[in-house]
Design a binder for this molecule. Structure first.
Ligand SMILES: Cc1ncc(COP(=O)(O)O)c(C=O)c1O
Length: 396
């Protein structure tokens, strides 16, 4: 046995076996290509607006460089509570004590799953899915039970009974991502109610990922946002909501998000933050306060950009008879299959090499996505048009 193999074998299996990201593989292959248009990542092409960046600069200028509250600075917890009230109304009591600032939506997920599942337990995950949730669950020692969504008439559907029937006695939680990455699946009020009822009946936690709530193209809530568990649930239901500043405010590189939970869990969540990152830098939190308090107009711009991008892709894909997909109802991804193509990983490399566009292969999103490609459309329309011309030329 080589020394290197010995080192690897000496690791904890859950760490050693954590899956490599199927998106990173594409990025590594294509990032340096001149003129490549990247549509593989879950972010747009706009940097964080200046007024948000300035708030971080001012905080640094003021020397705010010390350890800070594990739960987040009070100003930010208040700003989150105000933002959530603007978004969901005041029927739900969004007091600041419900919110815990984390170093990204990803860390919110990691803490949420580590709070409720570990060795000897399992979690339910509908797939295709954003792969980081199941990976975080496996890292915490839990087993992941995947339940396939169905692709019918160009749309992804989730059979809620099938999902909950897959639970075992050791199942602790179910991951619900609506609007969904990569599928665009967006739960209706009735579906959310059914999920909530079954989760209550079976004593399961819901890990609710509604980070794309504003990227919604349907008719509910006057198109302002997708339906939410907040519309139906009690404040002390077993729901851990994860959220992020990344998408609404174009802050993917800052690494800040939050968990929303019944306040009684506060000490537990505070401890898990203490023993992982020990809190988020104050200057980043100050930028987040500005984003939340003053960033509503910017969100409107972001959503308009995504909506226009969605139209560009819809029109281009309609020219390809071998692609049958309906426009997604939420989030900012098209997830489509090409007739006759089984291996999306291979197609991903070909798109980079032959067409100069970078997409994420469906193999990166768990069972059910193998034949699909994910395309992120929150991007300046002219660049997206160019990307779609190249795609249509390559596949047409
Ligand atoms: C469904 C979903 N949840 C959570 C996240 C986490 O975002 P971040 O870690 O940037 O806050 C992402 C990012 O792509 C996502 O797509």
């Amino acid at each position: 046995m080589s020394i290197n193999q010995g080192l690897l074998d000496a690791l904890r299996p859950a760490a050693r076996l954590a899956p490599a990201s199927g998106i990173v593989e594409m990025v590594n292959h294509g990032l340096e290509r001149e003129g490549l248009i990247p549509l593989w990542a879950g972010e747009g092409d706009l940097p964080t607006p200046k007024f948000i960046r300035n708030a971080a600069v001012a905080s640094l200028g003021a020397g705010e460089t010390f350890y800070t509250y594990q739960r987040g600075i009070p100003l930010l917890r208040r700003a989150i509570s105000d933002y959530m009230t603007r978004l969901y109304g005041d029927a739900f009591p969004f007091e600041p004590e419900r919110f815990f600032v984390t170093g990204s939506g990803m860390q919110a997920i990691q803490i949420a799953v580590a709070s409720v599942a570990g060795p000897g337990s399992s979690v339910l995950v509908p797939t295709p899915t954003w792969p980081n949730f199941p990976a975080a669950a496996e890292l915490s020692g839990a087993e992941v039970i995947t339940v396939l969504m169905a692709f019918e008439d160009g749309r992804w559907q989730l059979d809620i009974d099938t999902l909950f029937d897959a639970a075992r006695p050791d199942t602790k939680a179910v991951f619900i991502n609506s609007p969904g990455n990569p599928t665009g699946w967006t739960a209706s009020d009735e579906e959310l109610q059914k999920i909530l009822s079954r989760a209550r009946r079976q004593g399961l936690w819901i890990i609710a990922d509604e980070i794309y709530a504003r990227f919604y193209y349907g008719a509910a809530n006057d198109g302002f946002r997708a339906d939410s568990f907040h519309d139906l649930a009690e404040p002390d239901d077993r729901i851990l909501y994860v959220n992020t500043l990344s998408k609404n405010w174009a802050m993917t590189g800052w690494r800040i998000g939050w968990i929303e939970a019944p306040p009684v869990l506060g000490t537990v969540i505070e401890n898990l933050i203490q023993y992982s990152t020990s809190g988020v830098a104050t200057f980043i939190q100050k930028a987040a306060v500005t984003a939340l308090n003053d960033g509503d107009d910017f969100i409107t711009e972001q959503v308009a950009r995504a909506r226009a991008g969605r139209d560009v892709v819809t029109e281009a894909l309609s020219k390809l008879p071998q692609v049958q997909v309906s426009p997604p109802e939420g989030a900012f991804y098209y997830f489509f299959a090409v007739d006759g193509v089984e291996d999306s990983r291979k197609l991903g490399f070909e798109m980079i090499d032959q067409a100069g566009i970078g997409l994420a292969p469906g193999t990166a999103f768990g069972p059910g996505g193998e034949a699909f490609m994910r395309l992120c459309f929150i991007r300046q329309a002219a660049s997206l048009r160019e990307a779609m011309d190249r795609l249509v030329k390559m596949l047409g």
